[in-house]
Design a binder for this molecule. Structure first.
Ligand code: SF4
Length: 213
C-alpha cells in the first residue's frame, strides 16, 4: 500500500483493505454509511446527501441532544449513500469531527497529544479554576466521562502531565495498539471542552473556603 498523501486517500485505502468500522459506523466500498448494528437491514431511511449526517449525529434515539459526537449513543435506522469518497469524508466529519485528520497525523507520525495540565493551563476566565484539579480527581473525572462503555469512543493519547499516566481507563483505550484490524481509530488528542467544563465544579471545591464563589 502506497503511503497516503491525504486523509481522503488514507480512508480510501483503508476501506479497500477492509478497515470499515469507525466508532459506531460501518462504511462500505460503494460510499455508504450506516450504524454498525443496522448491517443487513433493508428498512433503513435512505439519504443521498452526506450533510444529513449532521442531523443524525445531533440527537440520540430518545431525542436527547448529543453534545459529544463520539459518545456511544448514535441513533440507528438510517443509511447515507454519500456517492463519493468526498461525500464519505463530509459525512464522517459530522459524525466524528477531526477523526480523519487526527488519524492521518498519527499515521504520518506528526500527531502531538497535549497533556491535560497544558490544556488546563491555557484556560482563562471562569475555567481558570480548573488548574486546581488534582491528579486523583482528574483520573476519576476521566474514568466517568471518557470510558468507552458509557462516555466516549475515542482513544486517549494524552497524559495528565508528561510521565503522569491516566491509569483510570482500560489500557486498550489509552493507545492505538489494540484497535482491531477492521477498525479505523478514533483519536482524542487533548481533553475536550466538555471534560474541562466538567472539571470546573470539582476544582472549585479545592479553593480555600473564603475564595469560593
Ligand atoms: S476528553 Fe476526549 S475521550 Fe474524553 S470525552 Fe472528551 S473527546 Fe472523549
Amino acid at each position: 500500500m502506497d503511503a497516503p498523501e491525504s486523509p481522503r486517500q488514507l480512508l480510501a485505502q483503508s476501506i479497500s483493505a477492509g478497515h470499515r468500522l469507525i466508532g459506531q459506523i460501518l462504511l462500505s466500498e460503494d460510499y455508504c454509511l450506516r450504524h454498525v448494528d443496522d448491517a443487513g437491514r433493508d428498512d433503513l431511511e435512505i439519504s443521498t446527501d452526506p450533510i444529513t449526517a449532521r442531523e443524525i449525529a445531533r440527537y440520540d434515539e430518545k431525542g436527547n441532544y448529543r453534545p459529544l459526537k463520539s459518545a456511544p449513543n448514535l441513533r440507528r435506522g438510517w443509511l447515507i449513500q454519500a456517492g463519493s469518497m468526498e461525500g464519505l469524508e463530509i459525512a464522517l466529519e459530522f459524525f466524528y469531527p477531526s477523526a480523519l485528520g487526527l488519524w492521518f497525523s498519527s499515521i504520518k507520525d506528526t500527531l502531538q497529544p497535549t497533556p491535560l495540565r497544558e490544556t488546563l493551563e491555557r484556560q482563562t476566565g471562569m475555567y481558570r479554576v480548573t488548574q486546581l484539579l488534582r491528579d486523583d480527581q482528574a483520573r476519576e473525572l476521566i474514568h466517568c466521562h471518557c470510558n468507552s462503555a458509557q462516555g466516549c469512543l475515542r482513544s486517549l493519547l494524552w497524559e495528565i502531565a508528561p510521565g503522569v499516566p491516566i491509569n483510570s481507563l482500560p489500557r486498550d483505550q489509552l493507545s492505538l495498539a489494540k484497535v482491531g484490524d477492521d477498525r479505523i481509530p478514533l483519536i482524542c488528542r487533548e481533553a475536550c471542552n466538555l471534560l474541562v467544563a466538567a472539571a470546573r465544579p470539582i476544582a472549585k471545591g479545592n479553593l480555600p473556603k473564603k475564595e469560593e464563589s
